[in-house]
Design a binder for this molecule. Structure first.
Ligand code: GLU
Length: 434
């Protein structure tokens, strides 16, 4: 085990553009949790249980780099809560991963699975490394050694990872293979987000972006607006942002600005998203895309539009810029893009926020479908996957909206209330094992 070198109450990210040091992600999660717990009048015992992760594993990952030198990375897996089922949540590879971030993301996974009512608990994993500077071979060795380090928690009935920031189908294939080699037979339900050729689900890759599109469509309908001609700004052009933008465009929206970590492009006439996706396939990033005007990752958030989709990283909408957000709807494709302090400002401005645990729950919903298909050994068509995803997203949106009107709270608080009540109900039913 590595030394616990990460302080728990401070942000360790040195990257000032990403994290404005307003609050750390765990505090951001807790602020919302506390508010919902208060409104639900949550029992003090259950409150204490739900404020803490069940288990956190920190491992050292020694890896032989291509240079012949040994590098040691730190890997984390946090199992936040398993009362409703196996722990579920992605693994991210990023130089800014911290213990507090992983804990917050694991808690968010717990609430996310509960809000869409799929039978999973919540977990998250992270490896502190810079995957953009690493070769394929180095990434494979990191993945296999990390998998081995956390193998005691993994399993289709205990902890089921998936892709997240900077991880993908290939990483899940290595993880599944490492686990299968260790247990002596192929276990494809140990992870989701795998390549379709080895038990991945059709529609999984698009599922998070599709969920964003569906919840945005529901929000616009609720507000008496239409997808046709609605202007959309998307920050983050990875798996979530690019697909959300493409599907919203297919529904008639006009995508006026997109960005990735190299910066963004703004064109009031509209950007051809399919063309931009092709450009990124060929050039890796949006650098040099040259369609419309260049726009920074900060300025893109403040553009005039109907729908803003922050689909990159945490803490990009904070008390420092929330008053300048002009969108009518914010669809949180990323996990934790808005700080708790910024929530109030967005509310005061009358902005309708579809919170992360609802907006981006399409990914884990189709992960659930993948796990069901693996365990049943029977595979569904893409049409069936998409229909079932739509049903869950539309119903969940309606449930949250109903609760938000009933209690006169925003959609975020209503989502937390719904999910915390579901998780706490199971805790009550199961009781405390002594
Ligand atoms: N990483 C995704 C998320 O944050 C997907 C998790 C999963 O499918 O388990 O929701």
């Amino acid at each position: 085990m590595a030394d616990i070198l990460l302080p728990t109450n401070t942000i360790v990210h040195p990257d000032k553009d990403r994290f404005l040091h307003e609050e750390n992600p765990f505090e951001a999660m807790m602020a919302r949790f506390d508010r919902a717990a208060e409104l639900l009048d949550l029992e003090p015992g259950i409150y204490k249980v739900l404020r803490n992760p069940e288990k956190t594993i920190i491992v050292s990952i020694p890896v032989m780099m291509d240079s012949g030198e040994v590098e040691v990375f730190t890997g984390i897996r946090c199992i936040y809560n398993t009362s409703r089922g196996p722990a579920k949540g992605g693994i991210r590879f990023d130089k800014n991963v911290s213990l507090d971030e992983v804990k917050a993301l694991a808690a968010w996974m717990t609430w996310k699975c509960a809000v869409v009512n799929i039978p999973f608990g919540g977990a998250k994993g992270g490896v502190i490394c810079d995957p953009l500077q690493m070769s394929i071979g180095e990434l494979e060795r990191v993945t296999r050694r990390y998998t081995t380090g956390i193998i005691a928690t993994l399993g289709p009935d205990s902890d089921v990872p998936a892709p997240d920031v900077n991880t993908n189908e290939r990483v899940m294939a290595w993880l599944m293979d490492t686990y299968s080699m260790r247990v002596g037979h192929t276990v494809n339900a140990v992870t989701t987000g795998k390549p379709v050729a080895m038990g991945g689900s059709l529609g999984r890759r698009e599922a998070t972006g599709r969920g964003c599109m569906i919840t945005t469509r529901e929000a616009l309908t609720h507000l008496g607006m239409s997808m046709k001609g609605a202007t959309v700004v998307v920050q983050g052009f990875g798996n979530v942002g690019s697909i959300a933008a493409e599907l919203m465009q297919d529904e008639g929206c006009k995508v006026v600005a997109i960005s990735d970590r190299t910066g963004g492009w703004y064109s009031p006439k509209g950007i051809d998203v399919k063309h931009a996706i092709k450009y990124v396939e060929e050039n890796k990033t949006l650098e040099g895309y040259n369609v419309g005007e260049p726009v920074s990752n900060e300025a893109i958030l403040e553009l005039e539009c109907d729908v803003l989709v922050p689909a990159a990283l945490e803490n990009v909408i904070t008390t420092k810029n929330a008053s300048r957000i002009k969108a009518k709807v914010v669809c949180e494709g990323a996990n934790g893009p808005t700080s708790a302090g910024a929530d109030t400002i967005l509310d005061e401005k009358g902005i309708f926020v579809i919170p992360d645990i609802l907006a981006n729950a399409g990914g884990v919903t189709v992960s659930y479908f993948e796990w069901v298909q693996n365990r049943g050994g029977y595979y569904w068509s893409e049409q069936v996957v998409n229909e079932r995803l739509k049903e869950i997203m539309v119903n969940s949106f309606a449930e949250v909206l109903k609760l938000s009107r009933l209690h006169r709270v925003n959609m975020r608080t209503a989502s937390y209330m719904l999910s915390i009540s579901r998780v706490s109900m199971v805790h009550k039913l199961r009781g405390i094992y002594a």
